[in-house]
Ligand binder design. Structure first.
Ligand code: SI3
Length: 320
């Protein structure tokens, strides 16, 4: 059975894949990105090549190179680097899993294949099992994101007996708003010490109450410090402060969701806040508009998430 250095917990940034204006991956800024997460946001775990990282829009060799860069630049700085290796082709997924093991990643995660879909739990488990077997020493996480994969098999159902089939199974990344399903995953697996990583940032506090052991999300790239305050308040049972923090985070997310929020907008916000050029997304996504970035900036400032002194040279690239 895979034994992680330690359980994956706390905040995990779903990393962005920086790109040049010409749509090539901008590997040169990943070192700076690692330092920013650790030093400015206090986030020491990353989830690479997932939704936010446009993993499914990258070629296999690009995904390998991005994973390598994170592992190299994150060495002795980050606690855990989990690589998302899900793909439509089992062979490609296995190749990515093997590669993650070879480069010394700390874990792998896999979404359900979403074109020719598994139609029940057993079929999905069979697919995941074959991927996990390609890197048996690496902790394995199932990435549940039904709104994007269209695979609606309940996580609770999937987890039932999963370790008998996948001995390296270590946890669940749950990117869905069904707190009944999430709560039952926790409740029915209490003795098993799985990591329960919640993936809907605006609802994290509710998931903490349900037993989430950590969270993977896009906003922890730039709201990591703020979200940590909520985690700390929750930890010391100061629920009123925790709720205030969650409401404050919700005010921002609610605002950007109404403007239209996704990976493109995450890239623009992160460029603005960190000063690291994240570039445009890859097609079929479209670059966030200047109007979006201006509005997001004003909202960040009004919520005290960003002061003028935080704006570093080059941040305005996000607005061009
Ligand atoms: C659909 C989506 O992108 N969800 C985000 C959230 O962090 C999301 O951006 C946030 O909750 C705001 O809605 C993450 O769950 C995605 C994620 O972890 C990933 O990039 O793999």
């Amino acid at each position: 059975m895979a034994s992680p250095k330690k359980k994956l917990q706390g905040l995990v940034a779903a990393t962005i894949t920086p790109m040049t204006e010409h749509g090539e991956i901008n590997f040169s800024v990943i070192g700076r990105y690692v330092d920013y997460l650790v030093e400015e946001q206090g986030v020491k775990n990353v989830f690479v090549n997932g939704t936010t990282g446009e993993g499914l829009s990258l070629s296999i060799s690009e995904r390998c190179r991005v994973a390598e860069e994170w592992v190299t630049k994150g060495r002795n700085k980050l606690d855990q680097i989990v690589i998302h290796v899900g793909a439509l082709s089992l062979k490609e997924s296995q190749e990515l899993a093997q590669h993650a093991a070879e480069i010394g990643a700390d874990g792998i995660a896999v979404i359900a294949p979403f074109f020719l879909k598994p139609w029940n739990k057993d079929v999905l488990i069979n697919f995941l099992k074959e991927v996990a077997a390609a890197a048996p020493a690496l902790p394995f996480y199932y990435y549940h994101i039904p709104a994007l994969t269209g695979v609606k098999i309940r996580a609770e159902e999937l987890l039932d007996g999963i370790q008998d089939k996948i001995p390296s199974f270590q946890g669940l990344k749950f990117s869905d708003t069904d707190l009944l399903d999430f709560g039952q995953c926790v409740d029915q697996n209490r003795p098993r010490q799985f990591a329960f990583l919640f993936g809907v940032d605006e609802q994290l506090l509710s998931a903490l109450v349900m037993g989430a052991t950590g969270a993977v999300g896009s906003t922890y790239n730039y709201l990591g410090k703020k979200t940590k305050q909520m985690l700390e308040a929750f930890e010391r049972k100061d629920f009123s402060s925790a709720l205030n923090h969650q409401f404050c985070i919700q005010r921002f997310i609610n605002f950007v969701v109404k403007l239209g929020f996704g990976v493109s907008q995450t890239k623009a916000i992160m460029t603005l806040v960190s000063g690291i050029p994240m570039g445009p997304p890859r097609l079929p996504l479209q670059k966030a508009s200047r109007e979006f970035t201006d509005n997001a900036e004003a909202k960040l400032k009004s919520l005290d998430f960003l002061s003028c002194t935080d704006l570093k040279d080059g941040n305005m690239d996000a607005c061009s």
